[in-house]
Design a protein around this ligand. Structure first.
Ligand code: GLU
Length: 545
């Protein structure tokens, strides 16, 4: 038996299958030409972030626009970072945003022909390919301890050399079979390293679906394939999994660009067809005039649960991310305001590869637009569902009279220049509070230019002349009359021109009424509010004021 084969048996005697077995078990997918197979591969850390969703949207669109397959793989090779129930967390977070997987990990099992979809359950598969690499002389066990590696690093640093395990530094590279055998019999732990034939000075071309053709240096490091517990590193697991799961497009964050040479080298060495890599830009935000990465510690908006808790409509987040992802999305939306979002044709070509800017103000604008396009009856349902979970008390009030609540959701939305009052459910909860007696309160101050006695006089006359049957202009004419009678300017610009001749203007007079009726200096149309809350409530509020 040749030495490599002998070594392979020594290390992986328990592996009896051949790679061919898996190649057959997971055949090329019978999908139509051009259909994309994509995935997300989150680590089960318990934190699902915006980047996960961002990449998921790209993968989902590529697959589902082309009649392909989109799946979920749980990358749990790092047991230390794992949190219980994390897979379920990912699934429900994605589900909330309308991201559906065709196959992959489920809460506690699997769905699909290409599984298992949890990396730790695939140990035997990785080891089968690792065995093949050892047989071919392309991998070897390394017994260097943490301390030895640290000392090596120190020395490399002092000599100003590249860090890592390569060339003359790769001490275990040339251990003889007998040396290895002795160490193993001695119970020494080891990792399995790739025997790189690469040279830093060589360049390799890699096609990236977002960035175009990249030129990267060849990998020359003997990187780790399997850790001492036989579990693969990300690099090895990625290559084996995306090959066997027949992924066509690997959509992942740009933090993986640095190790791309390793992945390419593995694909090529193993004789696998390379996937199309799509490295997405890191999500950035503006912070005091400078761009920086979104941070888990500083920016709550990085966590996906933020959107659920704040009560943003999931499709608003999706819609906003599409504006960030594809430069032509906004234009498309302007031309097709009512089209379902899936009608938009997402393309990799329209993606920018410089840092993607997440602008929360812009996001809120998009959210307001999205809610404006949503019929009141749908808003009612979504809002009520959110309230049930986050504010049951207000939920009871809000759902007492569906007709009434739908009416208040619609205030000002059908005007020529429609109001965009609603941004999120949390904000809506605050915004709509004045429509209900239980939650109405005076929040803002009365206008300064109106004295207390004038205010009383305004309210008295307002009640005297108020007639529910008045239309909006008749109603306003009465306010104008009160304004003039009490020595305020009917036209605000007259007051501006001659501030000494008036106590104030019609805006002060209506502001006094507005605060009394809504508790705020800023609100939708007062006449409409009177129509909605009804005469009794209107009179009660003014009288109390
Ligand atoms: N587990 C990797 C991560 O969370 C996935 C990268 C990939 O999609 O290949 O970054």
């Amino acid at each position: 038996m040749n030495k490599n084969k002998e070594l392979a048996e020594l290390l992986f005697g328990h592996i009896t299958k051949q790679p061919e077995y898996y190649e057959e078990k997971y055949p090329k997918r019978g999908l139509p030409e051009g259909a994309a197979v994509t995935r997300i591969g989150p680590s089960p850390t318990g934190f699902v972030h915006l980047g996960n969703l961002y990449n998921a949207i790209i993968g989902e669109r590529l697959a589902h626009q082309s009649g392909g397959t989109f799946f979920l793989r749980i990358e749990d090779t790092d047991a230390k970072r794992e949190v219980e129930g994390a897979a379920q967390l990912v699934i429900s977070a994605m589900d909330f945003f309308g991201i559906r997987f065709d196959e992959g990990a489920t809460a506690d099992s699997d769905n699909g022909e290409y599984g298992p979809y949890r990396q730790r359950l695939r140990k035997e598969i990785y080891q089968c390919y690792a065995k093949k690499l050892v047989e071919e002389g392309m991998a070897y066990p390394c017994f260097c301890t943490e301390d030895e590696l640290a000392a090596m690093r120190e020395e490399q640093m002092s000599k100003k050399l590249n860090f890592g395990y390569y060339g003359e530094w790769a001490k275990c590279r040339d251990l003889s079979f007998d040396e290895i055998k002795a160490k193993i019999e001695n119970g020494e732990p080891y990792v399995l390293r790739f025997r790189s034939q690469g040279d830093e000075k060589n360049h390799v071309e890699v096609f990236d679906g977002i960035r175009g053709t990249l030129k990267v240096s060849e990998n020359y490091q003997d990187f780790v394939l399997l850790k001492s517990d036989g579990i693969p590193t990300y690099h090895f697991a990625h290559v084996i999994d995306d090959h066997l799961m027949r992924t066509t497009h690997v959509v992942r964050g740009e933090e993986w660009l640095a190790t791309l040479p390793i992945h390419i080298q593995l694909f090529d060495t193993l004789g696998f067809e390379r996937p199309i890599y799509c490295h997405t830009a890191v999500l950035m935000k503006m912070d005091g005039g400078t761009k920086r990465k979104l941070s888990k510690r500083k920016d709550p908006e990085l966590g996906l649960d933020y959107y659920r808790k704040e009560g943003y409509a999931p499709r608003a987040v999706w819609e906003y991310l599409l504006t960030v992802l594809n430069s032509n999305f906004e234009e498309w939306r302007a031309a097709n305001p009512d089209a379902p979002i899936d009608d938009f044709k997402f393309t990799l070509e329209k993606m920018s590869n410089s840092g993607a800017l997440f602008d929360i103000m812009k996001f809120e604008d998009v959210s307001r637009e999205v809610l404006l396009r949503t019929p009141a009856s749908e808003i009612y349902d979504e809002f009520a569902e959110w309230l049930r979970e986050y504010d049951p008390e207000f939920c009871e009030i809000f759902t007492r009279d569906r007709e009434y609540s739908e009416k208040i959701l619609d205030v000002g939305r059908h005007a020529a220049r429609p109001r965009k009052d609603l941004t999120s459910w949390k904000q809506a909860r605050q915004f709509l509070s004045f429509y209900f007696p239980e939650t109405f309160e005076i929040e803002d101050a009365y206008p300064e230019r109106v004295s207390e006695s004038d205010r009383k006089e305004i309210f008295r006359r307002y009640l005297d002349t108020f007639d529910m049957g008045d239309d909006s202009s008749e109603w306003f004419q009465k306010i104008r009359d009160i304004t003039a009678d009490l020595g305020y300017a009917v036209k605000p610009k007259d007051f501006k021109k001659n501030p000494d001749m008036y106590k104030g203007s019609v805006s002060d007079v209506s502001a006094a009424i507005r605060v009394a009726l809504t508790g705020r200096t800023n609100s939708p149309d007062l006449w409409e509010i009177c129509q909605i809350i009804g005469e009794d409530e209107m009179r009660a509020r003014i009288e109390r004021a």
